[in-house]
Ligand binder design. Structure first.
Ligand SMILES: Nc1ncnc2c1ncn2[C@@H]1O[C@H](COP(=O)(O)OP(=O)(O)OP(=O)(O)O)[C@@H](O)[C@H]1O
Length: 293
């Protein structure tokens, strides 16, 4: 990295730190910002990570979600497919608190009512969301992006402006390895390929150790090789995290499901079919509304 770039990166990091500090201390982001949710640990004893029941979302009378019910098990990697407008994004918006449903229930573990929590509180209890477009701090290095993600974690607020501990450095190293960016740790994030930026953002989410990860079309725009590596990455996360992956790329879904995992097909805001990829691909209703297009 050139001295200019290093200086620019350091300045951007400082500016971001100052902004985060102002937000944390000002309290004007709403009463719940930075609030630690005591006793809000999800209870996964029953094996269910996410449970949506009879969720309906209407926009001016149009039902984007129509009595949607869905359960994702702890440690499960669930792929959700469906044609454009099926309600996949709206479903993620409900889970993350961005959209409030008109009816239904949504719980995280057996005890946390997601519909009572705000977006930042939902992130804080361990639900991480990756939007389709990568959003990394382009002017900072890969390492600095991960460092920021670690320090922006509300649960680690005490260490926001302190030096990284040995354990934190180790954690960043582990994540760098996992997302295949160890050799690029000091590289400016803006210089990474599209696929690498996506991995970095996933790494930033992982720094906060989410229990449930929601990933919206993570391989859109990736090369075949990047897509394959992303599948390997997700498979390595399965078990330790629950993952919900919304995807149109059937080859990728095939890699992720390994011929044995459940795929959910959404259509018109409800579950149209659920089963192995091979089963839903040969389901006539699915072929009609989606795969046969
Ligand atoms: N804020 C909104 N106001 C009005 N209609 C909306 C709004 N958000 C979504 N919709 C409509 O709800 C339906 C479901 O949209 P959604 O984005 O959830 O589908 P999707 O399955 O994610 O589609 P895609 O695969 O194209 O991303 C669509 O018909 C969409 O136009």
């Amino acid at each position: 990295m050139t001295p200019d770039l290093m200086e620019a990166g350091a300045k951007a990091l400082e500016a971001h730190r100052a902004k985060v500090e102002a937000e944390v201390t000002s309290g004007d982001r709403g009463a719940s910002f930075g609030r630690v949710l005591h006793g809000a640990e999800p209870d996964f004893a029953h094996g269910v990570a996410l449970y949506l029941d009879d969720i309906t979302v209407s926009f001016d009378g149009f039902r984007a979600l129509n009595a949607l019910s869905l359960a994702v098990n702890v440690g499960e990697l669930r792929c959700i497919i469906g044609p454009n407008g099926a309600g996949k994004t709206t479903m993620m918006d409900v889970i993350t608190g961005k959209t409030r449903p008109d009816a239904g229930t949504a719980s995280f573990g057996s005890n946390i009512d997601l519909l009572r929590l705000r977006e930042n509180e939902i992130a804080q209890i361990g639900i991480g969301r990756k939007f389709q477009k990568p959003t990394v701090y382009e002017q900072l290095s890969v390492f600095e992006n991960l460092e920021l993600a670690l320090k922006a974690d509300r649960r680690a607020r005490a260490s926001l402006f302190s030096r990284l501990s040995g354990a934190q450095l180790d954690r960043i190293g582990e994540i760098l390895q996992l997302i295949h960016l160890l050799p690029d740790a000091q590289r400016t994030a803006g210089l990474l390929s599209h696929g690498q930026k996506q991995w970095l953002e996933i790494g930033m989410l992982l720094m906060q150790d989410p229990k449930l990860l929601l990933l919206d079309e993570p391989v859109a725009g990736m090369t075949d090789e990047e897509t394959e590596r992303t599948a390997e990455l997700f498979l390595s996360l399965e078990g330790q995290h629950s993952l919900v992956v919304v995807e149109h790329d059937m080859k990728f879904v095939d890699q992720l499901t390994e011929g044995r995992k459940t795929v959910t097909v959404l259509h018109e805001g409800s579950v149209l079919a659920e089963g192995l990829l091979s089963e839903v691909q040969s389901n006539e209703k699915v072929v009609e509304v989606y795969l046969g297009r």
